[in-house]
Design a protein around this ligand. Structure first.
Ligand code: IVH
Length: 668
């Protein structure tokens, strides 16, 4: 077999395994074997760059390069559907279709309405060429690079399966519940803001500037609409989607052709319950006239097709009494009003509290204490108050007035112009803010002081032992024990793990400080760019903005942090007790600019270090590792068995070939 043949065969097999795993949910090989095949393909592609292909399965891991999205026109506008919430209106739709078709028999295809983001995919000769978001329906964002990372979307259709030369297929991109929960859990631990629902999470992910983020977050896609001049017309919509499934697409899980209105209503009733067992969010049922000929006959209104309608499921709703409104203060001082209600059963759980979000919502609802309120669990995880039964309001009930002072520390609240939220400005002594900052500081991805948790933090704070993160480092066993001698052992453990945190690397110290908007990734970027706390502190707005991945909001927040006297005082104490305030000697010692501005291609098999180690070395010395040889390549780091084609290309372009020993010599 020639290398080219092997590459093509591996790609085909890997595509089939991707399909089995992500579309059919029925893998037929072990993860290990899959990884081995992938690695072999990666190696071959590196050796033989002339066979590179952006649709190769190896290209689905994503990159950290920033990308921006082009706006492109849709070939066919992306219309929406008329919505209805009632059985009566579904019956009306059915009758409208019947009379529109002048008594002709018709079938209705009933299918799930997926609650994600719509996407339009173009395939030419079986290859994905473009993926565009809905945008305003006429123009959308070209997100092809990111969509390539969604494993259930085929980059190449099954050979010989009979797909048209060129067509569009539309569908919904979703984040499955499982991925959504895992993502939010991870964000909660990192102290990052949570996504309200899978749709927001999917949307945030798809617009991410880094395709690697998309690759990691486990998005999924269901396709439900074929378009184009060449799509088969002998069958109907249902039949076409079955064909699309054969070409390699993931289509709706529940689809049924209905012949009577009763069958339609039965389908709706069945899925209203059963949808709770689906892996992704759905918010209704879409009904479409099946025959494409009849669809054309019925046509469109200005906004939507006459041949289709969306029936939306009602969010589950309960009615109960509002007893009190309390206020919660977060780590950053945001004050959230919370409705405290008579316990009521709703969608499988007992609900006592619901978020009221902000003062505007309370005003909109014209909420009074003692009101009978409607509570819903919609797409959001936390129940919300959606309305008031004013007929049950009696005289003397007081309207809810938003708190004017912080419920925790009494400081008058502020509201920034243009923002919905109220804040408690007292970040130095307001308890939940202090405790929240300390909890963030000790968390796993920050200083990783795992012998402490929210309860111990609360306990120490109550006992006046700690007021800020710097106080942790002066805690003694005696203080922690107080007059309880039984605590000595665990207290010693606490002191030891606080001591051990002094070795935590600089980038995590930057994250631990809790500078607003500086998450784990940004902290790493900052640490690498500035190398020490002194340099970071001295950085100007322009210097901060020059760091790839740091925008205006983050940069301003950093400047604000380093201008805050209290922050500086804590920072000084942290420095004094010996926290890592610069990149470690090891890392720094290894960092040079010997390869500054150079582009290096790695090829072949090596003796002294692994390929990944060589990659890391190139970066440590300021160089860039690139995949294929071009005029811009500075040199090729060649091991044994460098591919002949690569060798030839390097020679023809006059690119220098450096062997392993020479390379290591260069860095000495
Ligand atoms: S068909 C012209 N089918 O709901 C008809 N849409 O308001 C094209 N949606 O924008 C749409 N599930 O994002 C269709 N099975 C389904 C759907 C579906 C979800 C979304 C889609 C569309 C919106 C309609």
């Amino acid at each position: 077999m020639t290398p080219q043949e092997e590459i093509l065969q591996l790609r085909k097999e890997l595509e089939q395994h991707n399909y089995n795993y992500y579309v059919l949910n029925r893998p037929t090989i072990s993860d290990y074997d899959f990884d081995q095949m992938m690695r072999r393909l990666e190696d071959l592609e590196l050796f033989y760059p002339q066979y590179a292909d952006p649709n190769s399965p190896t290209q689905r891991v994503g990159s950290d390069l920033n990308q921006s999205f082009r706006t492109v026109p849709h070939k066919y506008p992306m219309l929406s559907l008329a919505n209805t919430y009632s059985e009566g209106e579904v019956r009306d739709f059915y009758e409208r279709v019947r009379s529109g078709l002048e008594g002709e028999d018709f079938e209705i295809c009933a299918e799930m309405k997926y609650d994600g983001l719509s996407i339009s995919l173009t395939y030419v000769d079986g290859v994905l060429t473009q993926a565009v978001t809905r945008g305003d329906g006429v123009r959308g964002d070209d997100v092809t690079g990111n969509v390539r990372m969604i494993k259930s979307i085929p980059l190449r259709l099954k050979e010989g399966s009979g797909y048209p030369h060129e067509f569009e297929i539309r569908g919904e991109i979703l984040m499955p519940w499982k991925s959504f929960e895992a993502l939010n859990e991870q964000r909660a631990k990192a102290g990052e803001e949570l996504f309200a629902n899978p749709r927001n999470a999917a949307s945030g992910t798809l617009k991410s500037q880094k395709s690697r983020v998309v690759a990691e977050r486990g998005l999924d896609a269901y396709l439900y609409y074929l378009l184009g001049d060449e799509i088969p017309t002998d069958g109907g919509h249902y039949e076409n989607l079955q064909l699309a499934a054969q070409w390699g697409f993931k289509i709706s899980q529940g689809m049924r052709k209905c012949h009577t209105i009763e069958e339609v209503l039965e389908f709706i009733a069945y899925w209203d319950v059963e949808r709770k067992n689906l892996p992704v969010a759905t918010d209704g049922i879409v009904l479409k006239v099946n025959s494409l000929r009849q669809q054309r006959h019925l046509g469109y209104t200005a906004k939507s097709p006459r041949w289709a309608i969306a029936y939306k499921f009602k969010a589950e709703r309960a009615c109960t009494r509002l007893n009190e409104v309390t206020y919660q203060v977060g780590r950053t001082g945001t004050v959230t009003p919370v409705a405290n209600m008579e316990p009521v059963q709703l969608a499988g759980t007992v609900v006592r509290r619901a978020s009221l979000h902000n003062a505007d919502i309370i005003a909109q609802l014209d909420l009074h204490i003692g009101d009978m309120v409607y509570v819903e669990k919609g797409g959001e995880i936390i129940p919300k108050v959606v309305g008031v039964d004013t007929s049950q309001r009696t005289e003397g009930m007081e309207p809810v007035r938003f708190a004017t002072c912080c419920p925790e520390c009494g400081t008058p609240l502020i509201r920034v112009e243009g923002e919905a939220a109220h804040y408690c400005p007292n970040d130095s002594t307001c308890p939940p803010q202090i405790k929240g900052r300390i909890e963030h500081f000790i968390s796993r991805k920050a200083m990783n002081i795992d012998s402490l948790g929210p309860e111990t933090v609360d306990d120490y704070w109550q006992r006046g032992l700690i007021h800020n993160v710097a106080d942790l480092y002066t805690l003694t066993v005696a203080q922690i024990c107080g007059n309880n001698r039984n605590r000595v052992k665990s207290a010693q453990k606490v002191v030891d793990s606080i001591e051990a945190s002094k070795q935590v690397p600089f980038e995590r110290v930057v994250f631990a400080l809790g500078i607003r908007f500086v998450g784990e990734t940004t902290a790493k970027l900052l640490a690498r760019a500035f190398k020490s706390m002194d340099a970071l502190q001295a950085a100007t707005l322009e210097e901060l903005l020059a760091v790839d991945g740091v925008g205006q909001v983050i940069a301003e927040s950093i400047i604000r942090y380093f201008h805050d006297e209290r922050c500086l005082e804590i920072l000084a104490r942290l420095r004094e007790v010996g926290l890592q305030m610069a990149l470690s000697e090891d890392v720094l010692a290894g960092q040079t600019d010997k390869l500054q501005g150079q582009q290096v291609v790695i090829s072949g098999v090596f003796q002294h270090h692994s390929r990944d180690e060589y990659k890391a070395m190139i970066e440590q010395h300021g160089g860039k590792n690139v995949g294929s040889i071009s005029k811009k390549t500075t040199f090729v780091l060649a091991g044994e068995n460098m591919g002949p084609a690569k060798l030839e290309k390097a020679q023809s372009l006059g690119v220098r070939i450096v062997n392993e020993d020479e390379f290591l010599q260069m860095l000495h």
